[in-house]
Design a protein around this ligand. Structure first.
Ligand code: CA
Ligand code: ZN
Length: 300
């Protein structure tokens, strides 16, 4: 088994980064990850000033996938997702939706037991482990791991979890893939600016799909598929996600734009990924029955 240690981490997706590892298309790799604070928050007493905010959102990587070229698609199958047994939730002044009403920096350290987390004495809730940061090197200058985009990055999308397949556009030779920022749990929106931030490890299979091309990441699971778009506003992100899906489905179904608009109006879902990062991330989800009815297997 090939393992990439979490000692190999980057703070941006960037074509200039030297690969930490080179693999062949179709290979499986286990990627160890730091939490998004690089482990700097050890207790609930850690102060805002004690944290070096230049050292957050590390992604483990980059991994050079042989044969990947600009214009291809990188298929990322998430085979396993393991999280640490404690995690950190943080918020505070100027952080998240409530930041303008909060005075101090607030930290909660939670234990994860039996697939649940204890928020407080009264409240124990189920985990929904997921990957916050996952992507490839973008077309132009590097992009901080804290920012989402066409290359993936900090998409904070709850659907990116074990069993899902994520398709990423490739912009550079070798793709230069990386991931990090695992969450034991996160709600859509991530309104307070953090999930339950945990270290962990992820087993993925990375495969180059030549002759395929997508404008934004697409995640597929048993229930359906979603195009994930990040823009300055949620409106722009949601609208672009819908239009991309219409453009994908028109040639595959032979349905008109009006028919698809009616179909998606009744069965498709605009969903929010996150509203707290430098760009907002929305997705448009189409249920698998639609693909099955037309014999469409996206990217297979
Ligand atoms: Ca994140
Ligand atoms: Zn996170």
């Amino acid at each position: 088994m090939v393992i990439l240690s979490k000692e190999h981490y980057i703070y941006s997706f960037d074509k200039e980064h030297e690969p930490a590892m080179t693999i062949s298309s179709g290979e499986q790799v286990v990627i160890e990850t730091h939490d998004c604070f690089l482990g700097q928050i050890e207790s609930e007493e850690t102060s805002y000033q004690a944290i070096d905010w230049n050292h957050i959102n590390p992604a483990t990587g980059p991994i050079y996938v042989k044969g990947a070229k600009p214009g291809d698609v990188l298929k990322v199958t998430i085979d396993e997702l393991e999280i640490a047994s404690t995690g950190i939730i943080a918020t505070g002044k100027d952080l998240g939706v409530m930041g303008h009403r909060l005075e101090d920096f607030a930290i909660k350290k939670v234990d994860i037991v039996d697939n649940t987390y204890r928020f407080n004495e009264q409240l124990r809730l189920p985990i929904n482990p997921m990957i916050g940061v996952i992507g490839v090197a973008p077309a132009n200058e590097g992009i901080s791991c804290g920012t989402p985009g066409e290359h993936g990055g900090n998409m904070d999308t709850t659907l990116i979890t074990k069993g899902a397949v994520l398709y990423l556009p490739v912009f550079q030779e070798g793709a230069l893939f990386g991931l990090g920022d695992l969450h034991a749990a996160m709600g859509d929106g991530e309104i307070g600016v953090s999930g339950i931030e945990v270290a962990g490890k992820v087993m993925v299979t990375l495969e180059v799909m030549e002759g395929k091309s997508i404008p934004h990441p697409i995640v597929v699971n048993e229930e359906g598929a979603a195009v994930i778009v990040s823009k300055p506003t949620l409106d722009e992100a949601a609208r672009e996600a819908v239009e991309i899906f219409i453009d994908i489905m028109e040639p595959l179904t032979g349905l008109s734009a009006a028919d698809l608009s009616m179909l998606f109006s009744v069965c498709g879902h605009v969903q929010v990924s996150q509203i707290v990062d430098p760009l907002m991330t929305a997705r448009f989800f189409v249920p698998s029955e639609v693909f099955e009815a037309y014999g469409i297997s996206l990217f297979k």
